[in-house]
Design a protein around this ligand. Structure first.
Ligand code: NAD
Ligand code: IPM
Ligand code: MN
Length: 349
């Protein structure tokens, strides 16, 4: 008690830059709390692969499993880099962690903070959470190809959907809606993906009957992208499949002021395995190493981490500090470390 074992995976590109700031804020927010974060840094990602040929060894996984929580920056190189083809860092590292640690809830809140210059002329109040399924769908890697390189090449990716997997994430989403504005939207593509979509709809209807005070509606994913831009205020909790959730949350990030602000948690609600907190964005090779990245998404991921660990006061202190920093942001951009330092100052104030 009083000690939290935190695995830190800075990763590639802007990952280490934004994680350095997130760690500063974590240290500041927990300084007087009596809780000590015992951090272990793991060198994982494209950089490690190019140096050693390892993506995620069994020993790495076991060591990470022994922690209470994980903080991750971003992993992956320049999309299409041929040297990384065999590594497939995204599958072999990031998805492997999410699957092995049973992160079945990928929690992605979207909030338009006062003062944020967003792309919408009249955004209204935006405050919703995407509950993205994290362990199934087209992400499981159940696919293959034959007749490679011939005109008759066949490539299949199978979307895997289980009643068990859907029901548990749907239940989480309803519980979350109960604690929020009691509105839940299922997003899928039931008009085309009739088997998986039909099961999602049926399970949502079943769980809905246990939550009579939650208003439930449904949108096809294409229509959902329209409303995310024209009327994002209509959403409270969105529950959706792994792939749709990936796409919707980059859009949600853009709509609420940029991907540099979007935080996420890969949650194992049962507490059997450590949950993992990370910005929604990737390693951004186009701006890496230049102190151009916005560390806010990584810092808000610290707030999600603290909240998950039951440290609500500390989480709130981080969120408040970020809100204040955002409210005071002008048009001028600041280096990554300067944003981190400004937020640390506000946490300490
Ligand atoms: P990306 O999110 O890295 O970048 C998309 C755009 O957003 C770029 O223009 C980038 O400069 C900008 N951006 C991202 N984060 C920013 C920040 N904090 N501040 C300011 N601008 C920011 O997506 P991508 O280019 O498709 O992917 C790059 C690499 O990252 C790929 O290898 C991809 O697979 C990987 N990736 C990893 C994760 C992860 O580790 N969780 C998530 C997404 C992508
Ligand atoms: C994300 C990323 C990952 C995903 C990739 C890198 C595997 O885009 O965290 O949103 O698709 O989940
Ligand atoms: Mn994504």
């Amino acid at each position: 008690p009083g000690v939290v074992k935190l695995a830190v995976i800075p990763g590639d590109g802007i990952g280490p830059e934004v994680i350095a700031e997130a760690e500063k804020v974590l240290d500041a927010a927990t300084a007087g709390s009596g809780i000590r974060f015992e951090k272990t840094h793991f060198s994982l990602g494209a950089t490690r692969f190019l140096e050693t040929g390892d993506t995620l060894t069994d020993a790495d996984l076991e060591a990470i499993r022994g922690h209470d929580a994980i903080l991750l920056g971003a992993v992956g190189g320049v999309p299409g880099d041929p040297r990384l083809k065999d590594a497939n860092i995204e599958r072999g590292l990031l998805l492997k962690l999410r699957f092995e640690l049973d992160h079945y809830v990928n929690l992605r809140p979207s909030k338009l903070y006062p003062g944020v210059p967003g792309p919408l002329a009249e955004p209204g109040d935006i405050d919703f959470v995407v509950v993205r399924e994290g362990t199934e769908g087209p992400y499981v890697g159940n696919g293959g190809s034959i007749r490679r390189g011939t005109p008759h090449e066949v490539a299949n990716e199978t979307s895997v959907n289980t009643a068990y997997g859907i029901e548990r994430v749907v239940r989480y989403a309803f519980d979350l809606a109960e604690r929020r504005r009691k509105k839940l939207t299922l997003v899928h593509k039931t008009n085309v993906l009739v088997h998986a979509g039909g099961m999602w709809q049926r399970l949502v209807d079943e769980v809905a009957s246990e939550h009579p005070d939650v208003a439930v509606d449904y949108l096809h994913v294409d229509a959902a992208t329209i409303f995310l831009v024209t009327n994002p205020g209509r959403f409270d909790v969105i529950v959706t499949d792994n792939l749709f959730g990936d796409i919707l949350t980059d859009l949600a990030g853009a709509v609420t002021g940029g991907i540099g602000l979007a935080a996420s948690g890969n949650i194992n609600p049962d507490g059997t395995f450590p949950s993992m907190f990370e910005p929604v964005h990737g390693s951004a090779p186009d701006i890496a190493g230049q102190q151009k990245a916005d560390p806010t998404a990584a810092i808000l991921s610290i707030a999600l981490l603290l909240d998950h660990l039951g440290l609500q006061d500390e989480a709130l202190a981080v969120t408040r500090a970020v809100e204040a920093d955002i409210a005071g942001r002008g048009a001028a951009s600041r280096p990554t470390a300067q944003i981190g330092d400004a937020i640390v100052d506000r946490v300490q104030a």
